[in-house]
Design a protein around this ligand. Structure first.
Ligand SMILES: NC(=O)c1ccc[n+]([C@@H]2O[C@H](COP(=O)([O-])OP(=O)(O)OC[C@H]3O[C@@H](n4cnc5c(N)ncnc54)[C@H](O)[C@@H]3O)[C@@H](O)[C@H]2O)c1
Length: 426
């Protein structure tokens, strides 16, 4: 039985996990280097956009099952188990900067007590837990290699649905040795009593599971984008065809789109590509999928420009974050759309309820609110389809043309109001 679990990294993911696990009664200590995050959490103020997170935070503070700290010695030395969920940073050539996770492993080595389990959850290249992180802990510890346990479990839940996903997604786990496999199973059975635990008995396999899932999705979307380009030239409607095709139980074609942002699709496939090349392989499908999906913002602007000359025009983009209802711009397709539009000297407006005017102006755009303003635009582009757009009447927009980058709108309805409609593959 684990009495205290320390979660290292209280970001969007780590903080959500810490709150969920604290609700189940186990004592959680959250460790972060950001003093403001820690102070806010201890004062009942969370940075999450996850529904119910404020309520759960108040609950777990009242029950004293959660506390946040910047004190690494305290958080690590008192833990029976540790979950590490800090980011792995990549440069623009996708070279990995391990400095954050390495420094966490150094601290764990310094302060870990005998018998503690360390479970890494940050998405990692295959072999990192076993060959890199366990070694760093060992090199910095006075303990022997059998005195502590190390494993990996991919975190496959999504930012705004963590509490729900944790209860329905099977939890994949794997240790670096047989004792660690057992400890991993004990920990996750205790903290996720409703979940199916899949013990792959190997941390490398658990790491690869996450990358495989992301690459499968990326390749599927790239294929769908190729289908969309064909459908467009052939005068066909891609959505109707995908729906019909997917009635076959072996077909699972995803929707095409204006681009994929964040870490899961744009970054993690590069871990696999590098792992493969290190082994002398040539992972062509994963590489090609990346190129196709990265080209979609440019492709879409070119298409828009062929219907509505964009030079010196006024263009509104819906959505700045890379996914609906999240405040995160990392590799968001909207950033590429802005870059492309600037080449035409267009003036760019952005509607995104999660970002202030100052935040939007940093990207060279002007904040706009489609629910309360009524300006004329030359073109409107849907980049991210926030949930509140389902309550918006797009026929009321004053624009000549809409490029629906998520294929969400009804073409006939839009065109009945005199607005030209373009989708991806339609
Ligand atoms: N965000 C997602 O949707 C998602 C989904 C599944 C898995 N993940 C995994 O979670 C990891 C973290 O993602 P996130 O979205 O929570 O990141 P984030 O950027 O929101 O948060 C990272 C947190 O780590 C903290 N941190 C940085 N260095 C630290 C250190 N040395 N010690 C302690 N804390 C430190 C930061 O202060 C910050 O609070 C990702 O790398 C990814 O592998 C994320």
């Amino acid at each position: 039985m684990f009495r205290q679990l320390t979660v290292i990294g209280l970001g969007k993911m780590g903080c959500s996990l810490a709150l969920y696990y604290a609700k189940s009664g186990i004592k959680i200590v959250g460790l972060d280097v950001n003093q403001t995050t820690v102070d806010n959490l201890n004062n009942g103020v969370s940075h999450l956009t996850l529904p119910d997170s404020d309520k759960v935070l108040r609950e777990v503070l009242d029950n004293k099952t959660f506390e946040a700290t910047v004190d690494a010695e305290y958080a690590i030395s008192t833990a029976d188990a540790i979950i590490v969920i800090v980011p792995l940073v990549v440069d623009d050539k996708y070279n990995i900067d391990y400095s954050i996770i390495d420094s966490v492993a150094v601290n764990i080595g310094k302060y870990i007590k005998k018998g503690t389990l360390v479970a890494f959850e940050t998405s990692l290249p295959t072999g990192t837990t076993r060959n890199r992180l366990k070694k760093i802990i060992l090199d910095n510890s006075s303990l022997g290699k059998k005195d502590f346990f190390v494993g990996f479990s991919p975190e496959r839940v999504s930012t705004n649905t963590v509490f729900r996903d944790l209860e329905i997604y099977p939890k994949i786990i794997g240790g670096v040795d047989s004792e660690s496999n057992k400890k991993m199973e004990e920990l996750y059975t205790q903290i996720l009593p409703k979940s199916k635990i899949i013990n792959l008995q190997n941390s490398d396999a658990a790491e690869f599971t996450k990358l495989m899932g992301m690459i499968y999705r990326d390749v599927n979307i790239a294929l769908s984008n190729e289908f969309a380009k064909f459908a467009e030239k052939a005068g066909l409607d891609i959505d109707e065809i995908i729906q019909a095709c997917n009635t076959n139980p072996f077909a699972h074609v995803l929707s095409p789109g204006i681009g994929a942002g964040g870490h899961c699709l744009p970054v993690y496939p590069h871990f696999f590509i590098k792992n493969s090349k290190d082994l002398g392989l040539d992972p062509r499908i994963a590489e090609e999928a990346r190129k196709i999906n990265n080209s979609m913002p440019k492709f879409s602007i070119k298409k828009l420009n062929s219907f509505e000359e964009l030079k010196n025009k006024k263009v509104l983009i819906l959505g700045l974050g890379y996914r609906e209802d999240i405040k995160e711009t990392f590799l968001s397709p909207t950033l590429d759309l802005i870059k492309e539009l600037k080449q035409f000297d267009s003036t760019v407006y952005i509607d995104d309820y999660l970002f202030s005017s100052e935040e939007i102006s940093k990207y060279g755009a002007v904040k706009y609110d489609i629910f309360s303003q009524d300006e004329d635009f030359d073109a409107v582009i849907i980049s991210t389809y926030h949930s509140k757009y389902s309550n918006f009447d797009f026929t009321k927009l004053k624009t000549k043309i809409i490029l629906d980058g998520r294929n969400k709108l009804d073409k006939k309805l839009i065109e009945s109001s005199g607005i030209k409609y373009l989708g991806i593959g339609k």
